[in-house]
Design a binder for this molecule. Sequence first.
Ligand SMILES: Nc1ncnc2c1ncn2[C@@H]1O[C@H](COP(=O)(O)OP(=O)(O)OP(=O)(O)O)[C@@H](O)[C@H]1O
Length: 252
Amino acid sequence: MSPEIEALALEKTYPRPWWPRARWREAPRTALRGVSFEVRAGEVVALIGPNGAGKSTLLRILSGLLLPGAGTARVAGRDVVRERPGCRREVGAALADDRGLSPRLTARQNLRFYAALYGVPPREVEARIEELAGLLEARRLLEREVRTLSTGEKARVVLTRALLHRPRVLLLDEVTRSLDPGAARRLRTRLLTDVAARGAAVLFASHDLAEVEAVAHRVLLLDGGRIAAEGPFSEVRPTAEAVFAAVPREEE
Ligand SMILES: Nc1ncnc2c1ncn2[C@@H]1O[C@H](COP(=O)(O)OP(=O)(O)OP(=O)(O)O)[C@@H](O)[C@H]1O
């Protein structure tokens, strides 16, 4: 069976800013340097690494929001660059700094909009919204305008949106960061139970190593845009500890 997520020699360099005052101060920044890996159906894989390691860049490329500089990426068998519209229906993404929700619409209106975009059959939309909002403790938020929601409340709506169309691939970028610890644990368990039941592939970035140890089948450690280690958490842990310990500290 072919992998659900496949990255081959992915590279990404962010260009210098175009505006003149920043151009001379800022160099182009390389975020990914030849990243290759696979995630199979039913696997839950964690992406860990220090700040700036390239985790969000990788997830943004896989969700079709950012073009890679070189290399290829496939999700659910489709090329994320050449078959972008097709990928949208196969991927659920809840990424950091999510700007995709319309602030003046209610959570329910936003979810209806995305359900239509993802091709959820109209007769299933309301039931699916109710089911997921129940799962993710977001029912009481459905009739509220998004601009009135707290960060943690918005995260629940973003997670609900990511699961609406029962995607084959789920990409999560530190979405539980803004949830209080009890809610984070409950929602994580329910979410993973939901996706595991469907055999979806999950790739999630996290700084919470206890979370990673508890839920990930496998871990990818990114450091400076490269995969520094890959395997079960127990095997990756020593390298991860060395990488985190080597992060330079700024003296006060
Ligand atoms: N829009 C951008 N323009 C220029 N450089 C960027 C941009 N976004 C990210 N970078 C740089 O690319 C590198 C990788 O950033 P990225 O956000 O992917 O890291 P990360 O592992 O997700 O970090 P964190 O743990 O802090 O969320 C960093 O050096 C960062 O400064």
